[in-house]
Design a protein around this ligand. Structure first.
Ligand SMILES: Cc1cc2nc3c(=O)[nH]c(=O)nc-3n(C[C@H](O)[C@H](O)[C@H](O)COP(=O)(O)OP(=O)(O)OC[C@H]3O[C@@H](n4cnc5c(N)ncnc54)[C@H](O)[C@@H]3O)c2cc1C
Length: 528
């Protein structure tokens, strides 16, 4: 049966990334249909660690307060963790500062809550958007496309429909049907390592961890584990936990004692009750491209990997906020011919770096560390090296700064390359996330940014601003202008003029008026 209605975008997969895209597009006035085979979010407390940038997305969708209200941990409970050698009774442990050390460079602080609670907040927001239709309990089966659009066959309980849309986006997780249907290959390291994910309750574990300062996670690095983690994460501060760790090949729920594994990782016995035990394979798989014609992939469909460093959901949300405005701009007629291609060009290299240098390299470094150093073989040497190990946690956070300096739609530096490696600074840079800054009104610049492009103009000539407004209007580009003085801290931007994209990345900046404002706008929308 054919669904007679035609949508602008069909979204396959209503996990957190698919729902985020539906919100982002819905708020831009795009008609969407979201197809999700499950009726409820899976109650597995993964995806807990949300970056500052992710919370900025929630702010722009108008649900940052709802997100924070859904938090389970007490408001000031530390979100970072303990890293311990061998077990949780070890003398060797440290509590590194984690993501909060870069809070100042973002408009929102980082947050921690189970992914299913995040999804509930998002689903509620999506339900309030009249142009987004959701089909929970339906599965997408096939995708076909031609120059005029896409057709997605969907099914539930023996019923079948064909959905027609201008574009389709596969947010359907690591086994993505959309990715397979459009023939995108993946590259990456297969560690051939099965992992267990357990969700359990234990008050005794909570009591026995009181030797440590209060923390949200406890990562055990055992020399036998080849750099893989045995990881306890709190869901609340009383009794709820999740745990993941490597297990032998062919492990099943029936042939393996997961409780014994938990106790060995902890280094002490404790009683617990399991709510869930599941298995997955530790591998990194990155799609070689994120688009074929009118079909795109985002989130775990585009990149799946171990949860080390919490790059999964956060990267997926960055994918859809990069893609959402580009699809909307194209559908609304002001996106240029090169705009949609820039999604792969910007996001794929960022995730490739994330996987290679922030996930795989750290597994390798840890493996080498534990092969090389041992307190049994040489205690003094081990203690020196362990102190250095503790120094590595902060750089991983500080140097993780995804940027699009090599993008054809930003005015990056000559020879710029889009990458996950960067630095945090209050200076504005083309291709980078806009740092927050206080305006003379007392409001933050993020509270004033428009939903689409924004020109920030400090002490600018009226004629310069008018040139940009005329150029934007001629191309149908929605442009908000923020005018202010260039003082009181705003000099930290080191630029008087900045063109900020809808995803809060700087497309262009300068201290002086450009020769042609139209050339700036044209390139930023992929028409230059
Ligand atoms: C233990 C653990 C801890 C983690 N911790 C973090 C963390 O701290 N921070 C972080 O950023 N990430 C974390 N992650 C990763 C994060 O959970 C994932 O990256 C995230 O779920 C990806 O979201 P997604 O929407 O892309 O995919 P998914 O969550 O897999 O959602 C895909 C959806 O598509 C649906 N679907 C699939 N096929 C079809 C079809 N054919 N038709 C219709 N629907 C379909 C599925 O039912 C599913 O709901 C963690 C993961 C694990 C396992």
């Amino acid at each position: 049966m054919s669904n007679n209605k035609r949508y602008q975008v069909a979204i396959v997969g209503g996990g957190p990334v698919g729902v985020a895209l539906a919100i982002d597009l819905g708020l831009r006035g795009i008609s969407c249909i979201l197809i999700e085979r499950r009726t409820e979010p899976q109650r597995i407390p993964k995806g807990q660690n949300l970056t500052q940038r992710s919370v900025e997305h929630f702010y722009s969708w108008g649900i940052a307060e709802e997100l924070r209200a859904a938090r389970v941990l007490p408001p000031d409970y530390p979100m970072n963790g303990i890293i311990a050698y061998e077990s949780l009774v070890s003398d060797y442990w440290y509590a590194p500062p984690l993501r909060e050390i870069v809070n100042a460079y973002y408009f929102q602080n980082n947050e921690r809550l189970p992914q299913y609670l995040v999804e509930i907040v998002m689903r509620k927001r999506m339900a309030g958007l009249p142009n987004v239709e959701s089909r929970f309990g339906w599965s997408a089966e096939t995708i076909a496309q031609d120059e005029g659009g896409v057709r997605v066959t969907i099914a539930t309980d023996g019923r079948r429909e064909t959905v027609a849309a201008d574009y389709v986006v596969g947010c359907d997780g690591s086994h993505s049907t959309v990715r397979q249907q459009i023939g995108i290959e993946r590259v990456g390291a297969n560690f051939d390592q099965p992992m267990v994910l357990a969700v359990f309750r234990s008050r005794e574990l909570n009591e026995k961890l009181k030797r440590f300062p209060p923390r949200s996670t406890y990562r055990v690095m055992h020399p036998d584990q080849k750099g893989y983690w045995q990881f306890f994460g709190r869901v609340d501060i009383e009794e709820s936990w999740f745990f993941h760790a490597p297990v032998p090949a062919d492990t099943t729920r029936d042939n393996y004692d997961v409780h014994d594994l938990l106790q060995r990782a902890a280094g002490f016995t404790f009683a617990c009750e399991f709510d869930y035990v599941g298995f997955w394979d530790l591998r990194i798989a990155i799609a070689e491209k994120y688009q074929v014609g009118r079909a795109f992939i985002a989130g775990d469909a585009a990149h799946s990997h171990p949860p080390y460093g919490a790059y999964g959901l956060n990267s997926g949300l960055d994918d859809v906020t990069n893609l959402g405005w580009k699809i909307a701009a194209t559908l609304n007629g002001w996106g240029g011919a090169a705009l949609l291609n820039s999604y792969t060009e910007e996001r794929q290299p960022v995730f490739k770096d994330t996987a290679d240098d922030f996930i795989e390299a750290y597994i390798r470094k840890d493996r080498e560390f534990f092969e090389r150093y041992s307190p049994v073989r040489d205690r003094a040497e081990f203690e020196r090296a362990w102190n250095e190990h503790s120094d590595h946690a902060a750089p991983r956070v500080v140097t993780y700064e995804p940027h699009y300096e090599g993008s054809p739609v930003v005015f990056g530096p000559p020879g710029g390359v889009s990458s996950a490696h960067g630095s945090h600074t209050f200076k504005a840079r083309a291709g980078h996330h806009l740092p927050p800054q206080r305006l003379s009104s007392g409001r933050n610049v993020f509270e004033e940014l428009g939903p689409e492009f924004t020109l920030i103009a400090f002490d600018a000539e009226d004629a310069t601003v008018a040139d940009f407004q005329r150029a934007a209007e001629a191309r149908g580009v929605p442009l908000k202008v923020i005018r202010d003085t260039y003082r009181d801290g705003r000099t930290a931007y080191e630029a008087r003029l900045m063109l900020v994209r809808p995803d809060r990345y700087v497309a262009w900046l300068s201290d002086a008026a450009p020769a042609h404002a139209d050339a700036v706008i044209a390139r930023a929308i992929g028409a230059g």
